[in-house]
Design a protein around this ligand. Structure first.
Ligand code: 5GP
Length: 252
C-alpha cells in the first residue's frame, strides 16, 4: 500500500494518478463517505482519489463561504443562495441538504455521465444526502460512515484545523454529536484511529463492492445467455414442428 502522507487536509487535491477509462457496459458504483466534520473524511477522500484511477470525485455545490485553503471547482463550486435554489428547483441536483446552516448539493449531470460511462463516483456528503441516494438507486450505492475515536479527538481535530472561527467550531462539534446517531444507516462503519489502517480498510471495502457488482453483472449476463439459448431452441422447435405439420397436412 502506498503510505498516506501526513495530514495536509484541505489542500487542493493533487492529481497523481491518471484517470483510467471505465470498462464499457459496466454501470458505476456510488461510493459514499460520511462523517461528522473533523473525523478525517477529507483526508481519506484525497488519499483515495490519489490512489485509485478508477474513481471520480463528485464536486458539490455549496453556499458556504470558501475557506482560505479551498479552490473553487476543486473542493466545491461556491455559489450564492439564489443560484443554488435555481439549480435545486430546476432538478439539477441529485441530492441536497442544509448542513451547519449552509446549503450543499450534488450536481446531477456529471454523476450520471460518469456512472453511465461505467466509472465509480466518490461522494463526500452527509447522512441526509446519503438517504436521498438510497431512495434513488440503493443497489448502486455503497456507503461508509467514518467515526472519530473519541469526542475529545474530534474536538482537537476541529480546533487544529483552525479554519473556522470559535463559534463555528462549537456549532460543528454540537452537530457532530447529533450526526453520530446516523451510523446505523450505513453499509460500513470505520473508526479512524489510525489513518493508514482506516485507509486500507476503505480500499478493501471498495474492492469488495466492485467484486460484488461484477459478480451480479456476470450472473445477469449468464442468465441473459441462457434465456437467449432457450428462445432459440423454442424457435427451432416451432419451425421444425411447423414443417412437420405442413408435411403432414400435405400428406392428407
Ligand atoms: P464542510 O463545510 O466541512 O466542507 O462540509 C460540511 C458537511 O457537508 C460535511 O459533512 C459534508 O460531507 C457535507 N456535504 C458536502 N457536500 C455535500 C453535498 O453535496 N450534499 C450533502 N448532502 N452534504 C454535503
Amino acid at each position: 500500500m502506498k503510505r498516506p502522507r501526513k495530514k495536509t487536509a484541505r489542500k487542493p487535491a493533487r492529481k497523481v494518478t491518471r484517470r483510467r477509462k471505465a470498462a464499457p457496459g459496466r454501470r458505476g458504483l456510488m461510493f459514499v463517505l460520511s462523517s461528522p466534520s473533523g473525523a478525517g473524511k477529507t483526508t481519506l477522500t484525497r488519499l483515495l482519489m490519489e490512489d485509485d484511477p478508477r474513481i471520480r470525485l463528485s464536486v458539490s455545490v455549496t453556499t458556504r463561504p470558501r475557506r482560505a485553503s479551498e479552490v473553487d471547482s476543486v473542493h466545491y463550486r461556491f455559489l450564492d443562495r439564489q443560484r443554488f435554489e435555481q439549480m435545486r428547483d430546476n432538478g439539477e441536483l441529485l441530492e441536497w441538504a442544509e448542513v451547519h446552516g449552509n446549503f450543499y448539493g450534488t450536481p446531477r449531470a456529471p454523476v450520471e455521465a460518469a456512472l453511465k460511462a461505467g466509472a465509480d463516483v466518490l461522494f463526500d456528503i452527509d447522512w441526509q444526502g446519503t438517504l436521498q441516494l438510497y431512495r434513488k438507486a440503493r443497489a448502486d450505492v455503497a456507503s461508509v460512515f467514518i467515526l472519530p475515536p473519541s469526542i475529545a479527538d474530534l474536538r482537537a481535530r476541529l480546533k487544529r484545523r483552525a479554519e473556522d472561527d470559535e463559534a463555528a467550531v462549537r456549532h460543528r462539534l454540537a452537530n457532530a454529536i447529533l450526526e453520530l446517531n446516523h451510523w446505523k444507516e450505513y453499509d460500513f462503519v470505520l473508526v479512524n484511529e489510525d489513518l493508514n489502517r482506516c485507509f486500507a480498510q476503505l480500499k478493501t471495502i471498495l474492492a469488495a463492492e466492485r467484486l460484488a457488482r461484477q459478480r451480479d453483472r456476470a450472473l445477469r449476463e449468464r442468465e441473459k445467455r441462457t434465456l437467449a439459448i432457450a428462445d432459440e431452441l423454442r424457435r427451432q422447435r416451432q419451425t421444425r414442428l411447423g414443417e412437420l405439420i405442413r408435411k403432414l397436412q400435405a400428406e392428407v
